[in-house]
Design a protein around this ligand. Structure first.
Ligand code: FES
Length: 101
């Protein structure tokens, strides 16, 4: 049994929710929960997954995600290389439920 902390991520406007799974990206955690978010490269370069953080804190799994300092300051993030550090609200209009949990 682990005592890892899990954070709840809510996507808008769909209201879909999933838990951040330790050591996975937000994108991988969503897929594990049966939720598809737009993506392509999954390594932080193509920006297909670019979305906006409404509330909460994240951390990046790589040193140089493909975002400018200004974009980061405005709340844009790349969920394929980011993890939640608190409960989050993200604006992901393209999110879809792939299957029921
Ligand atoms: S899927 Fe390419 S930057 Fe996230």
């Amino acid at each position: 049994m682990t005592n890892e902390k899990r954070f709840l991520v809510t996507l808008q406007p769909s209201d879909l929710q999933f838990e951040q799974v330790s050591a996975l990206s937000l994108l991988q955690s969503a897929l594990l929960a049966g939720i598809r978010m737009p993506n392509s490269c999954r390594n932080g370069t193509c920006r297909t997954c670019l979305c906006k953080l409404s509330t909460g804190e994240i951390a990046y799994q790589i040193e140089w995600p493909g975002l400018t300092r200004e974009e980061k300051a405005e709340g844009w993030l790349l969920p394929c290389v980011a993890e939640a550090r608190s409960d989050l609200q993200l604006e992901v209009p393209g999110a879809l439920r792939l299957r029921e949990k």
